[in-house]
Design a protein around this ligand. Structure first.
Ligand code: XMP
Length: 512
């Protein structure tokens, strides 16, 4: 395996992801406990991450001596390059300006990292983000690539199999970066590259057993992929020490609640408490029109109901959550300063503090597409695993204005037709998220010989990589007019359908 020493970069998990993509297992350890991690994991190779500190500063983090003396292959990235250089006898200085963003490196000499990838004289795009820079190489090193701002863009010591780069190969803005990391893992370290999600599953099962022991775990199911995958994995690890609680707020899509209950009770035989709280939520939502007020009410009520159920079950000391890596970074601000709240996201956020429970979060290192791979590995049905994201507050934030059971029913029907047609046209997997929004506006129409005065429905479909930015999906020719006609004919209460072409930004994906 590969040990990744984390010097505090925001993107260290991306390094782990690139290593996984190369079919190699890795573990991340913070620099403070790197020596213990090294002794425990006994890796075959080391990657040193970037980080916010400055090598010339007193007390800035260092690579543990055991690792430097190990004779193992090493790859230093950004801060990792600078720490290696300094500790092996070279020189690092504070830059007066720094270099941030896109840059181009020229390949000057051959290097094992470039095998089958980059040729001499080539120029390649990379992503720089650093203030300090190497000004003198440590003995044994040579420069193999340069950029206008970084004369030591990539350096190599072949005898010791140590390589280092000033830029970040792990981010998507270094298009060949994943392959550089794969070359390090496979060609330099010599690992076979046949690690799979099946082994992640085994490793996590062992971790969960170790963490939980004979304790009891409660897991809140949202109906989405993440919490379902977490629950199934935990159940594999500890069986009926796990109880799932599904707080059904009545704001799910058509057939969704039944599907979740069927899957957990029928398919997996996992203990599941299904709380039908529709009335409680609908009563509380009456008269609420402000989007943030809706979100806050739903979040708080969800926690109340969950807590009450947990008390009934009694004695659980662990709370399981399907937290993913992007949830972890979104909650940490890049600058350390306050960030503006666009929307109060409803996840079971406040629960652990309030209930004084320990967290079990087996998916914390994974990205959404990796969770889907793990879900398939665990035997979750494809139709479930491949589902579009669905927000915690459910249909409530797709009904601008007041929410009622009647409006939810209208929206559910229209949404089901829209999604059915998207599936039938084979477009479901090409779309990040598609849904309908029921507007609190009524307009005039004519049906048969009569005047109608009914609601407007907006259809939305977007493509996206991570939900942070999005583009409206362009449906082929007659798709939208056909769906509009079908919805108006089949769903009472809707007499007009529009399509939302707004991208994000400036829009958001959901309407509230
Ligand atoms: P926005 O509307 O902010 O949405 O562009 C980005 C993505 O997040 C989903 N979303 C949520 N997911 N709890 C969730 O778990 C929430 O409160 C929530 N609000 C929005 C949204 O569906 C999209 O995929």
């Amino acid at each position: 395996s590969i040990l990744i020493v984390d010097f505090g970069s925001q993107v260290t998990q991306l390094i782990a992801r690139r290593v996984r993509e190369a079919g190699v297992y890795s573990e991340i350890v913070p620099f403070q406990s790197a020596a213990e991690g090294f002794a425990r994991i006994r890796p075959a190779g080391i990657i040193l991450s970037g980080g916010p500190a400055s090598v010339p500063d007193e007390n800035s983090p260092r690579i543990p001596q055991e690792i430097l003396d190990s004779g193992l292959p090493m790859l230093g990235i950004c801060y990792g390059q600078q720490a290696l250089t300094e500790q092996l006898g070279g020189k690092v200085e504070k830059g007066d300006s720094g270099e941030f963003g896109e840059a181009y490196v020229t390949i000057d000499e051959p290097c094992a990292l470039f095998d089958g990838l980059w040729d001499l004289g080539d120029r390649h795009q990379v992503w720089m983000s650093h203030g300090d820079k190497v000004t003198a190489l440590a003995p044994g090193f040579r420069v193999v690539a340069t950029s206008p701002g970084a004369p030591f863009a990539i350096i190599a010591d072949d005898a010791r199999r140590i390589y280092a780069m000033q830029f970040h190969p792990e981010v998507v803005h270094t298009p060949d970066g994943g392959k550089l990391i794969a070359n390090f893992a496979r060609h330099v370290v010599g690992l076979s590259g046949d690690w799979t999600m099946a082994e992640f599953r085994e490793a996590k099962i062992a971790d969960i057993r170790k963490q939980v022991g004979t304790g009891r775990v409660i897991c809140g199911l949202s109906g989405g992929v993440d919490s379902a995958v977490a629950a199934v994995l935990i159940h594999e690890a500890i069986g009926d020490q796990l109880t799932c609680v599904f707080v059904d707020h009545g704001l799910m899509r058509s057939g969704e609640a039944e599907e979740v209950v069927g899957l957990f009770r029928g398919h997996y035989n996992i203990p599941l408490v299904h709380v039908d709280a529709e009335e409680l939520f609908m009563t509380g939502l009456a008269g609420v029109t402000d989007p943030e007020a809706k979100r806050k009410f739903i979040g708080k009520t969800f926690i109340d109901v969950f807590e009450a159920e947990a008390k009934k079950i009694g004695g659980a000391e662990f709370l399981a959550q399907g937290t993913l890596y992007p949830d972890v970074i979104e909650s940490v601000s890049f600058t350390g300063g306050p960030s503006v709240t666009i929307k109060s996201h409803h996840n079971v956020g406040g629960l652990p503090d309030r209930m004084n429970m320990k967290l079990v979060e087996p998916l914390r290192e994974l990205f959404k597409d990796e969770v889907r791979v793990l879900g398939r590995e665990l035997g979750l049905p494809e139709a479930f695993v491949g589902r579009h994201p669905f927000p915690g507050p459910g249909l409530a934030i797709r009904i601008p204005g007041e929410v009622s059971k009647e409006r939810c029913d209208i929206l559910r029907k229209a949404d089901a037709i829209y999604l059915e047609e998207i599936r039938r046209a084979g477009l479901y997997d090409a779309i990040w998220q598609a849904f309908a929004v029921l507007l609190p506006v009524r307009t005039v129409g004519v049906m048969g010989d009569s005047r109608t005065y009914d609601h407007v429905l907006a259809l939305r479909a977007v493509t996206s990589v991570d939900g942070m930015t999005a583009q409206a999906f362009d449906f082929p020719g007659d798709f939208l007019p056909r769906i509009a006609t079908r919805i108006i004919n089949e769903v009472r209460g809707i007499n007009r359908v529009t399509y939302d072409y707004t991208s994000k930004p400036p829009g958001t994906i959901e309407w509230e």
